[in-house]
Design a protein around this ligand. Sequence first.
Ligand code: NAD
Ligand code: UD1
Length: 337
Amino acid sequence: MKLLLTGGAGYIGSHTAVELLNKGYEIVIADNYSNSDPKVLDRIRKITNKDFAHYNCDVANYSEFERVFKEHKIDVVIHFAGYKAVGESVKIPLEYYENNLNATITLLKLMNKYGVENCIFSSSAAVYDSTKNRRLTEDSPLSCTNTYGYTKLMSEQIFKDAARANPKLSIALLRYFNPIGSHESGLIGDNPNGIPNNLLPYITRVAVGKLDKLYIFGNDYDTRDGTGVRDYIHVVDLALGHIAAIDYCLNNKGAIAINLGTGKGYSVLEVVHAFEKASGVKIPYEFTGRREGDTAEYYASPELAKKLLGWEARLDLEQMCASAWKWQKMNPNGYEE
Ligand code: NAD
Ligand code: UD1
């Protein structure tokens, strides 16, 4: 069984690559390293002791990407490639639509041309209107507050329409909640450029001394301690969710959206305290105003994933924080030596 991982050098892609190789799947990675470092390929080899094919290519570029399909008979695609920074997406919306939507459309055209029927897509909880419900099921109201979210919602629609037109297609639209943590080896991890936007990478950079303190965006939310509540999921659990989705795709047709979350929400302060416990490092913080676009609290209803994929998250918040810290401590400068 051969899998193509678009964006396979990124944070979630690299962790999924490791789990796939460890389970004996053959993989091909296609990435243009716009938000990753080719050094990650060696780290994946080091962890798994396995080799794989990889292409430096833009998956939104038909002729560049077609080479991969010409040279490999692919059974399942896992489509991670895309830009993901929410704030940036609002500043340069056309680049986000161009990259994320063209990548999806080009992929589907090539899948149709080369008879590839199965695809797992990286969608996001960003497609939900989290002002309406806190516990989000797959049929909760959808709505986006930013361009990034719209690229995911529109890509989902493109996949659904493609699956309606081609009944052989089998598409799992996986809506990730908040992936954090890293592989137990500490060799791969979340490595955002510049000042991190997301909570955990910000905390680990405070812990390693690269940032002075954490700014907590709002302590006046209607939550148990006033800070925002999210469903944090260990990236290795998330990777295993993709493996469960492979079997589902091979045995079902059509396009379906499935949440990948734990079903539990933790507040910003609870994450800070869990991190301090796991690392032994004190995290100085200051409360500041709410961040635009943030909502008080949401978390996944994880039942559909359990029912259809036979998958559920197993690793707890302390394990997520401990592994994130191990990665940051071992790699204070990311993939730079
Ligand atoms: P990432 O940026 O680490 O990985 C994405 C990879 O795609 C990068 O290696 C980047 O170089 C590559 N890429 C981007 N555009 C490309 C193109 N046109 N051609 C080839 N490669 C391209 O992000 P991640 O955190 O691993 O996320 C993976 C996917 O999951 C993304 O689609 C993201 O939007 C989605 N997602 C992420 C989160 C999260 O919190 N990390 C949450 C929900 C959904
Ligand atoms: C963000 C995106 C979401 C995307 C997700 C995963 C927004 C509005 N939403 O979700 O679309 O799918 O990342 O990439 O950007 N926080 C702080 N201080 C910080 C950073 C975060 O207090 O420096 C708080 C936030 O207010 C929030 C929580 O920590 O309550 C988690 O934030 P973050 O990690 O950015 O994820 P989301 O906002 O949930």
